[in-house]
Structure formats: C-alpha cells, structure tokens
Design a protein around this ligand. Sequence first.
Ligand code: PLP
Length: 387
Amino acid sequence: MPKNWKTKLIHSDARVPEGFHSLSTPVYRGSTVLFANASSVNDGWDQYEIGYAYGLYGTPTVLELATRVCELEGGFRTIIAPGGQAAISLLNLALLKAGDHILIPESIYTPNRKFASLVLRRFGVEVGHYPPEAGAGISKLLRPNTRLVWCESPGSITMEVQDIPAIAEAAHRAGALVVLDNTWAAGVYFDAFAHGVDITLQALTKYIGGHSDLLLGSITVRDPKLYERIGDTQQLVGCGVSPDECSLALRGMKTLAVRLQTMEASARALAEWLATLPEVERVLHPALPSCPGHELWKRDFSGSAGVFSVVFAQSLTKEQVIRFVDALQLFKIGYSWGGVTSLAVAYDFHGIPNRPNYGARIVRLNIGLEDVADLRADLEQALKAAK
Ligand SMILES: *Cc1c(COP(=O)(O)O)cnc(C)c1O
C-alpha cells in the first residue's frame, strides 16, 4: 500500500539493526500495548499470566524492577507503587473492609499512622495502636476482627527494633496478617518472610533508589491469593508507575551493596563516637545497646543501615538543638533518607502521646557517602556552635 508522508510519520517501514544487548534494562514506555489479533485482546492485569495488556500494569522496565525486588526479598510476586506511602495506602485499601480492626505500632512512619486515623476510620475500619516493644504481649490487643498487624522495625525516628517472630506468631494464632515496612533494612538486612511476615513493603525511594531523585514503593507477598487481591486493587485504584523512575531504581540497585556497606560503617563509627559525648543522652542506633530492641537486632538482622537518631542531654534546650542543626554544613536539612548526602532533621515530641520522653532533643541523621572524618568534624563544630 503506497503511503502519504503524513501516514509514514505514524506507520514507518524504516528498520534498524537488531541484536543490541546493553547491560542496562531499556526504558519501555507505553500506555497502549499491541495485541496480535482481535481475539487475543484481554483487559486482565496479571501480565505474568496473560502477557502484556496495558501500560498501567507495568511495562517490562517496571516488571524488571518488581521481579528483582521480589528475588531479593524471597517473595512470590512484588507490586511496584508510585511511592512508599502509596504502597502503604494501596495495601490497606486492598485488604481491609468496614468492621475490620488493625493494629499499628506507636513508632510507625507518621503518614502511615495518619492514613489509618484519617482515611481508614472514615471507611469504618477500627484502628488500634500498640507499643513497639509489645512482642508476644500483642496477643492481649488482638481481636476476632483483627485483620492486619502493621510492623516497622526499627521504627521511624525513635528506632525501636521489634520482636517480629513473636508478633507474627500471636497474630497468626488470632487469624491476622502481618505486614512489615522493611525500608530501613533495604529489604536485605532483615529476611522478613523467614521471620513470619506475610507482606513486606519498602519505600524504594530510600536505599534502592539511593540518590534522592525518585519516588517508588514496593509490596512483596509470598501468597498468590494476596498477590491477586493487591493486583486487583492496584488496577482499580489506577496507581501505575513511570518506567523512567524504575530505570533509575534498577541502576541504583546495582550499587546498593557498596553504598550500604560504606554508610553502615560510617554510621556505626559516628553513632559510637556520639554516644561518648557529654552532650548526648543516648544514641538510637540498633547496633548500639542504648537502642530499644538492640538484642533483637543482634538476633534477627544481618547488618545496619545509615539512619539513626541522637537524643541530646536534658541540659540542652530546644534552641540549642535547632542551632546545632542549623550550624551543620555538610549535613543538609531535609526529609527522606537513603541517598548519598548526609541529612539532619530535628523533631519535637512534646504533646505526642505514648512516645518516649525525648522532648525537642531528638535529631535524626542520615549518613551519606561523604568521608566519615569530615562528617565527624562537621558534627563537632556544630555542637560547639550550639553552646
Ligand atoms: C519514607 C518512608 C515511607 C514513604 O516513602 P515515600 O516513597 O516517601 O512515599 C514509608 N515508610 C518508611 C519507613 C519511610 O521511611
């Protein structure tokens, strides 16, 4: 069929050589996916079963990231979400209904807690909280309608390490599922499924991305039924992800081991040094005995990440703590973590119920890839400036 040039713009006969094998996964973009013929058209979402159907369910770049996260975590399938918080809300929407009860540790990532309090409650889900140290004691809080027990270990900012096997045993006895936010351990320093967890979740934004320039989340399950439930909901909620973001995450993943090793070593050295200072009341780093749940970290984890918190001595005022953070030069001030740049954020726990008595003396540090002696010198000069 002869073609007008305008048609050629859309339907080209130009051909390039085949056989280009790069080490990186191509960025496959696409909303429309072509079917071979009219009778093979299919609007199912499970592309592992039915083949590619629509961009929303993941292009090959997205599924490459999903299968790689799944491989690292030892799951059956992983679903990629637009961010860690999106993974949290998607999971809740997929598994909960009015009349269900869920339990959330007091130490959970604040937007996770808020989604439960502000959204799930609106849809008739009962939300309870439990102390992160509960362990087997959580059985007292479990009810016949408890559907999900959330865990995050170590907890956000206050870093309590949880007894996941004990919680999982109690939850399973009561017929509840256990979901773990495994972001701190990057999905590699804590084997969630080996410790009884049913669903793991990560903000890939943090260590997998690793460069503070993307937002992605993951949900990994071992049970095919849970995969179906979450996949069905992802289709209807319509939260697909960009293959460009996934391509960056795949690149980040290749250097995860060396980044983590360096950050782990620097963070431990700085945490141990900070713990010796008279200005510091305690250091909340799971590898230090001063961290709640340190023994559990020793028992269950194979390493530690680069994020920890410092609680300053009672003698330091809120103003001095703020001055300390402002005086830092290499450490920048900003949310999120897991990137190559060191960060510091001061928190104020006044007025937050059921939280440790850290007042406005707590600062969370993200340790990046700068030279550790330079980071220590920066902390030292900022402490002097604060006083
Ligand atoms: C950052 C974070 C999230 C949310 O991830 P985003 O990608 O920023 O939405 C969830 N859980 C934990 C523990 C986090 O630190």
